[in-house]
Design a protein around this ligand. Structure first.
Ligand code: SF4
Length: 247
């Protein structure tokens, strides 16, 4: 659910986040995001129709998980529903082996009806799920017409009743200090945690607006940088995954 820049070498898929809400993170591969229309995103290229190859890759990354913090974040291009069944079973097995009791997954609005059953499946194993949605902004026109996010719901209370966490995308032409602060405050009011992604140059035609990013860096970032409920990614590899591996 995040924008990314496709890399030529194999991407790094496992990392440990030691800052706020410390957790391990894995970037797994799926058959691909079914939406694929977000204008700012080329992350959906990280996919393969070969389910066996995806599972082999995912198993290799999941075997790196140590359980050091008892928390794991799983990201992939799309939603948890795009992960193959063997990978989901492997995630549960790793959580049980490594005493992981909290897992974060991503999910597009399209799959909101699948969230309760997925939560229940993990809850039965003693694992609490934190489901993260890419809201990007509560500005309807910006989200739907410009970003093409495919999430018509505007009411943060309705979205927050289904999802635990929300991602926002800042640094686009048309966003202002006021619009970004409004998104953050609504996000904090309706979600347990929020993640602010700053737009970076990628292969799409959507470009970062340096003036908007400067406003964010100078006037908004100082206010939220120490908030434990706010992750801020100036670059989409700041969680340690997605960059190029030297392997
Ligand atoms: S939902 Fe949008 S942002 Fe997420 S992977 Fe699909 S196209 Fe990209």
């Amino acid at each position: 659910m995040k924008e990314n820049t496709q890399t030529q070498n194999a991407p790094i898929r496992y990392s440990v986040i030691t800052g706020k809400n410390p957790r391990e993170i894995v970037m797994l591969r799926t058959s691909g995001c079914k939406w694929k229309r977000c204008r700012f995103c080329d992350y959906h290229f990280d996919s393969s129709p070969d389910e066996n190859a995806n599972y082999a890759l995912n198993r290799q990354e999941l075997e790196k998980v140590t359980g050091i913090y008892g928390k794991l974040e799983v990201i992939n291009s799309g939603s948890f529903c795009d992960l193959d069944e063997n990978t989901i079973r492997k995630i549960i097995e790793v959580c049980e082996d490594k005493k992981i009791t909290q897992v974060h997954f991503e999910c597009h609005w399209l799959y909101r009806d699948q969230v309760p059953a997925f939560r229940k499946r993990f809850q039965e194993k003693g694992i609490d799920l934190k489901i993260k949605i890419g809201v990007e902004t509560f500005d309807h026109h910006m989200r739907q017409d410009i970003m093409r996010k495919g999430m018509p719901e505007d009411d943060p209370a309705v979205i927050g009743a289904i999802f635990n966490e929300a991602c926002f995308l800042f640094g686009l032409t048309g966003q202002t200090k006021q619009s970004m602060e409004r998104d953050i405050e609504l996000g904090l009011a309706h979600f347990e945690r929020i993640c602010l992604n700053i737009m970076v140059e990628n292969s799409t035609d959507m470009k970062p607006d340096e003036d908007v990013i400067r406003i964010f860096a100078q006037e908004i970032y100082p206010k939220y940088q120490d908030n434990p409920r706010v992750d801020i990614l100036f670059h989409n590899t700041d969680f340690g995954v997605g960059g190029e591996s030297n392997d």
